[in-house]
Design a protein around this ligand. Structure first.
Ligand code: SF4
Ligand code: SF4
Length: 56
C-alpha cells in the first residue's frame, strides 16, 4: 500500500516537507511519491490543498 498523487496536483510543494520518510519529490508535471518508501501515514494528504494524494 502506498499513497499516489493524482493529476489534481498543482505542484505547491506543501506535502514534501510533511513526509516523515522523504518519499515525495517534484516530478515533471506534478509531485510524485516513491511507493517503496511510503508508509501510508496520510500526512501528505492532510497537507495538500487540493486532495491530490490518494490512498490506493
Ligand atoms: Fe509520505 Fe506518509 Fe504521504 Fe506516504 S502517506 S508519501 S509516508 S506523507
Ligand atoms: Fe501537489 Fe498537493 Fe503536494 Fe501541493 S501538497 S505538491 S498540490 S500533492
Amino acid at each position: 500500500m502506498a499513497y499516489t498523487i493524482t493529476d489534481a496536483c498543482i505542484s505547491c510543494g506543501a506535502c514534501e516537507a510533511e513526509c516523515p520518510v522523504n518519499a515525495i519529490s517534484a516530478g515533471d508535471d506534478k509531485y510524485v511519491i516513491d511507493a517503496d518508501a511510503c508508509l501510508d501515514c496520510g500526512a501528505c494528504a492532510g497537507a495538500c490543498p487540493v486532495e491530490a494524494p490518494q490512498a490506493e
